[in-house]
Design a protein around this ligand. Structure first.
Ligand code: NAD
Length: 374
C-alpha cells in the first residue's frame, strides 16, 4: 500500500494526519508512506522526523497524490483533489458528509472510496479509531484555556492578605466528550462549574467531576440509540433558553458544545441573553463550525460585543494543541488501517462485511452508500 499524507490546506489548521510514530506503525505493517513537504511542521514534526521514521517526502506532491492507494487527511479534500486520485484508491479523513454533496459526487464520478472519520461507530471495538472523541476531548480542554486566557479574572479561589477572591463561575452547555473534558479542566483550574445537557443520563457524570448539573424542565428529550441528542422543538429550545438565562448572567465563562448529529447546531444563546451577561465575560462557541450555538459568533474570530462580552468562535480549538491532537488522530487512523490490514495483499481490505466499515463508508469504489443517496 502506498499511503500519501497531504499538507492541510484550511487556514488555521495545524494538525497532520500522521505523526512520525504513526508512520513507524504503517512502515512496520509493510506500507510505503509519502508526505507532502512540511505537512507536519505546524504540529512540531519537521520533514526530517518523518524521514527518520521511514517516510518519503514527495518531490512532486501532485504525482504522489495520483499514485497513492490511500490518501490521508484531517480535513475534507476538495472535489478537484478527488478527481486527481486514481480510480479504486481511497480517501480517509473527516468528510463533513451531511453538507458536502460535491465531494460525494466527485468520489462517485472517479470510482474512489471515501472513509469518513466522523462516522466511525461509537462502539467498544471501534473506540481506538474514534477520532470524533479524541479531538473533542482536546477541544474541551483547549476551550477552557482559551477562555481563561481572555478572561479579565483568575479562575481559582484565593485567600490572601490583600483579600479573598471568589472562584470564577463557568457554565458548560452540552456535556458530551468535549463538555466533560471542559468541566474537568475548569475544575482543575479551581473554577466553580455548572453544566446542562438535554440528555438526563449525563447528570451523574457531571456530578462525579465535582460540578453541578443544572435542571431545566423542557419535557421529553432522551437520546438516539447511538447516544446522540435528539433535536428539540422550537418550544423546548425557548424553555431551555429561559432556564439558562439567569445562569449565563452570573457566569464568567460560558462554553457551548451542543450538537445534534448530522444537523445544524441548535441556537441556544440569544443576543438578549448575551446582553444580560457581565462585561468581560467570555463565551466560547465550540459548535461554530456547524452553525453555532451562540448568536453573533463568527467562525475563527473573536467578537467583542458593545458591552464588553467576548465571543470566541474558534471552530476547532484542538488546533491549538496540534502535537497531541495529531498524535491522537494519527493513532485513530493507524488503528483503523491495522484493523483492516490484510498481510497477504499488503493492503487494508475494505471489501469486508464489517460493522465498523458499514458505519463509516461514504462511497465504496464509486458506489455510494445507501443512506447518502440523494
Ligand atoms: P455531540 O458532539 O454530538 O454533542 C455534544 C453534546 O451536546 C451532547 O452531549 C448532546 O447531548 C448535547 N446537546 C445537544 N443539544 C443540546 C441542547 N439543546 N442543550 C444542551 N446540550 C445539548 O456529542 P459527543 O461528544 O459526540 O457524544 C455523543 C454521544 O456519544 C454521547 O452519548 C457519548 O457518551 C457517546 N460516546 C460514546 C462512545 C463510546 O461508547 N465508545 C465514545 C464517545 C462518545
Amino acid at each position: 500500500m502506498n499511503a500519501f499524507v497531504c499538507r492541510e490546506k484550511r487556514p488555521l489548521e495545524t494538525r497532520v494526519a500522521l505523526d512520525p510514530a504513526a508512520v513507524s506503525r504503517f512502515v512496520k505493517l509493510g506500507a510505503t508512506v509519502t508526505l507532502e513537504s512540511a505537512a507536519g511542521t505546524a504540529a512540531g514534526h519537521p520533514d526530517d522526523a518523518y524521514r527518520n521514521a521511514g517516510a518519503l517526502i514527495a518531490s512532486d506532491p501532485q504525482k504522489a497524490l495520483a499514485e497513492a492507494d490511500f490518501v490521508l487527511r484531517v480535513r475534507p479534500p476538495e472535489a478537484s483533489e478527488i478527481s486527481r486520485q486514481k480510480p479504486g484508491s481511497a480517501a480517509v479523513g473527516f468528510m463533513d458528509p451531511f453538507s458536502n454533496r460535491e465531494l460525494i459526487d466527485a468520489m462517485v464520478a472517479r470510482g474512489v472510496t471515501g472513509v469518513c472519520m466522523e462516522l466511525i461507530p461509537r462502539t467498544t471495538l471501534a473506540q481506538k479509531m474514534d477520532a470524533l472523541s479524541s479531538q473533542a476531548n482536546l477541544a474541551g480542554y483547549a476551550a477552557v484555556l482559551m477562555a481563561a486566557n481572555r478572561l479579565d479574572a483568575i479562575l481559582p479561589m484565593m485567600m490572601t492578605p490583600a483579600g479573598t477572591i471568589s472562584p470564577a463561575k463557568v457554565f458548560i452547555i452540552g456535556v458530551g466528550v468535549a463538555g466533560l473534558q471542559a468541566i474537568a479542566t475548569a475544575r482543575r483550574l479551581g473554577a466553580r462549574v455548572e453544566a446542562f445537557d438535554t440528555r438526563p443520563v449525563v447528570e451523574e457524570q457531571v456530578r462525579s467531576l465535582g460540578a453541578k448539573f443544572v435542571k431545566i424542565d423542557i419535557g421529553e428529550t432522551g437520546q438516539t440509540e447511538q447516544g446522540y441528542a435528539r433535536e428539540l422543538t422550537a418550544r423546548q429550545v425557548a424553555m431551555q433558553q429561559a432556564g439558562m438565562a439567569k445562569i449565563c448572567a452570573g457566569a464568567d465563562i460560558v462554553i457551548t458544545t451542543a450538537k445534534v448529529f448530522g444537523r445544524q447546531a441548535p441556537r441556544l444563546l440569544t443576543a438578549e441573553m448575551l446582553t444580560g451577561m457581565r462585561p468581560g465575560a467570555v463565551v466560547v462557541d465550540l459548535a461554530a463550525e456547524s452553525g453555532g450555538n451562540v448568536e453573533g459568533t463568527r467562525l475563527d474570530e473573536e467578537v467583542v460585543l458593545d458591552h464588553g462580552v467576548r465571543l470566541l468562535g474558534w471552530g476547532a480549538p484542538e488546533c491549538r494543541v496540534p502535537r497531541h491532537a495529531s498524535q491522537m488522530y494519527a493513532s485513530n487512523l493507524s488503528s483503523f488501517i491495522e484493523h483492516f490490514w490484510n498481510a497477504e495483499t499488503g493492503t487494508p481490505d475494505l471489501d469486508r462485511d464489517d460493522e465498523i466499515l458499514k458505519g463509516c463508508l461514504l462511497v465504496h469504489r464509486g458506489q455510494i452508500q445507501e443512506r447518502f443517496k440523494p
